[in-house]
Structure formats: C-alpha cells, structure tokens
Ligand binder design. Structure first.
Ligand code: KG4
Ligand code: ZN
Length: 358
C-alpha cells in the first residue's frame, strides 16, 4: 500500500464502538527519541508506564538525529508494547482503546508509533484515538490521582518542554485558550543550548539543574526578556545570546560552571514565572496553576511557583513530566469523555500542528 494511503486509512469499523466511561487505554508516544507505552485506566490510574529512550546515544552529538532515533524506535516498539501489557498484567483483550501521539514531532518517529497503534487497533478491533502531544502534557497532572482529588477548573497551565512553551487557560480538558507562547526557542531548548555553551551534556535541563545545586543564582546577571511587553509570550533566544557574549567577554567564567548554571537556570525560571504571574493577576478566576512538560521537573521553577499565592500542581512523578505514554493514554481518556466523537475518528500523522481547543 502507498505510504499516503496508510496515513489516511480511516478506522470506520471502530466508529460503532460503544463508549464506556471507565476506559483502560494503551497509550503510545514516539514523537522524539523515546518509545513509550503505558496502560492507564480512567486517565488517572497508571497500570504500567514503560519507556525506552535512545537519549544516551545522542549525548555525544548534542541533539537527536531523527533517522537514527526512528531506526531505534522501530526495534523497540514491539518489545515495549509487550512489556507495558505484561507489567499491567493484561492482554489486548483487556484494553478498551489505543491512543497515540499523532502530532507534532519528528516524522520518522511519529510514523513508527502511528503505524504500530493503527495496526494494533485494527487487528484487535479496538478504537483508535489520535492525541496532540501537548494535550498529553496538559493531562499529566491527573496521573496517579484518585477521582475525588481531581483539580478544579479553570486551570492555568504552563507547558514547557524542548519543543514548545505554552500558557493555556482551560475551563475543561478540551475547552480553553492559548494565552501565550514562545516567540522563538522553547524553555527546554534554552536549557539545552545553554548547557552546550557551558560544556554540559545533552539534555541540558537536568545537567544544568544538577550543576546549579552548588552554584549561586545571583553570581551572573541576565536580562529579563520582554520586560514591559503586555502579552503573555516568552522569548528565550536573547538569554542564550547573553550567555554566549558573557563567555566571549569573560572567558574565565567557564571555570565557574555551577555559578553559570545556577544564574542561567534562575534567568529562565524568572522569565517563565514573570508571565505566569501576570496571567494569574489578569485571570483571578483561575483555581489552580499547573506546571507540565520536561521543564516542570525543575526544582527551582517549582519553588518559585510556590510564591505565586495560588494552588500549584505538577505531575506526581518526574517520569510524567518528560515525554511518556501514560500522559497520551490519559489525554485519550479525557478526549473520549468530553468529546466521544473522537473515538475511532480518522487522523493524520503530522510533524507540525497546533493544539486546537474549543
Ligand atoms: O517534554 P519533554 O520530555 O520533551 C519535549 O516534548 O520536548 O521535554 C524535554 C525538555 C528538554 O529540553 C530538557 O532539557 C528539559 O525538558 N528538562 C528540564 C529538566 N528535565 C528535563 N529542564 C529543566 N530542568 C529539568 N530538571
Ligand atoms: Zn513533550
């Protein structure tokens, strides 16, 4: 079959699947270097969350090489699915639906996950749900909660990862508006590029956070980007340039990596929090602030968010902050619950697509 036909293939026979409120969903996430598969019930109870990452292979290259990542994912896909089902002590017969990240991400990587999910759904007669990667991150704070502990909407969510930095104001899982976003680099990308300038390994976020532990965040001063700008947007590329100039004009600074790391980490977090603070002031109806995405694993960011005077929540495990299959299964559940027509609906695999909430 022609590749295009595979992407467009519609699962009309699953459209008749009746909706069950307690859905056990197998979630597949392969948008970047990871091959991640999880089994999650009702968007909260994680039965298994398995991840195979080829990140270690890319430490020396300072970034992911797309074709290599996809080749590794092709090898890992079936074993990771098998392990996820085994750890959840179930078979495909116990699964109510398959959810998969269909956008955005690296094409080869997304294709591996999408073809696997489509095939699984087809041969086992299960409905398939295409999930936007960001909606997965937005659903991650529910993982591990009991139904009675559900967060209250409206929720302001800062979603900060290596690929995006978004500020969402939501009145339900599927309803809300994008208040702000980055105009250039993502926050995680700023960590990654900063780490590379400091000679620290990739991915840069955890490396900078570790080095920063013994450093002084006030040792070096970085500007506050977009100061005085009335939007809720971010801009991180200037911080990276400031770091480059600092190292060029003051070469001995490279001997003080902990101070550099702490100051740079503080500068990124200050910019993130500055915009969140303004959004909270503008929207007093907000009940909770959520921090999600890889950058939400950052302890300084979490600490700084506690001073904002609102309930703050982040995913209950670091494994739910960075890319994982559980958040995709959870998003599939909330999508199906709020908008049952998404169950079995045809979707395309896309490298670029904005999350559309109503
Ligand atoms: O959400 P994620 O796993 O993948 C994307 O969707 O991009 O985020 C990965 C990003 C990387 O840029 C990484 O450096 C950053 O999250 N990150 C962190 C931390 N852990 C991961 N940034 C700051 N502090 C951390 N502890
Ligand atoms: Zn992500």
């Amino acid at each position: 079959m022609h590749e295009h036909e595979i992407h467009k293939h519609s699962y009309t026979r699953t459209l008749t699947h009746s909706y069950t409120p307690l859905m056990r969903i197998l979630g597949i996430e392969t948008s970047c270097d990871e091959t991640a598969v999880a089994v999650v019930e009702d968007g909260r109870h994680v039965h298994s969350n398995v991840i195979a990452s080829s990140m270690g292979d890319f430490e020396r290259t300072g970034g992911v090489i797309p074709e290599e990542a996809a080749r590794r994912q092709l090898e890992c896909m079936q074993p990771v699915i098998n392990r996820s089902l085994a750890e959840a002590a179930c078979t495909m017969a116990d699964i109510d639906a398959v959810a998969v990240t269909h956008a955005p991400g690296l094409l080869g990587s997304l294709l591996v996950g999408n073809v696997a999910a489509r095939t699984l759904a087809w041969i086992h007669g299960k409905p398939l749900i295409g999930v936007h990667h960001t909606l997965g991150h937005l659903s991650s704070p529910w993982l591990g909660l009991e139904a009675g502990d559900d967060p209250a909407f409206p929720i302001l969510t800062l979603s900060a990862s290596g690929g995006h930095t978004d500020l969402w104001l939501r009145t339900s899982h599927m309803h809300g508006t994008l208040l702000g976003q980055t105009r250039d680099d993502a926050a995680g990308e700023a960590f990654d590029k900063g780490a590379s300038l400091m000679g620290l390994p990739y991915p840069g976020g955890p490396a900078i956070a570790r080095a920063a532990e013994s450093g002084d965040p006030r040792a070096f001063t970085f500007p506050l980007p977009l100061a005085g700008d009335s939007s809720f947007d971010w801009s991180f590329s200037g911080l990276k340039t400031s770091l480059r100039y600092l190292l060029r004009d003051n070469p001995s600074a490279i001997t003080r990596v902990p101070d550099l790391a702490a100051s740079f980490e503080y500068a990124i977090c200050r910019h993130l929090i500055d915009r969140v603070k303004r959004a909270l002031e503008t929207h007093p109806e907000v009940q909770e602030l959520h921090l999600v995405g890889g950058v939400s694993a950052n302890l300084r960011l979490r600490d700084m968010s506690k001073a904002l005077g609102t309930v703050v929540r982040w995913p209950s495990k670091n494994a739910y902050c960075t890319d994982n299959g559980a958040m995709i299964a959870a998003a599939g559940y909330w999508m199906a619950k709020e908008r049952p027509t998404v169950i079995g609906k045809s979707f395309e695999t896309m490298t670029n697509a904005r999350l559309e909430l109503l």
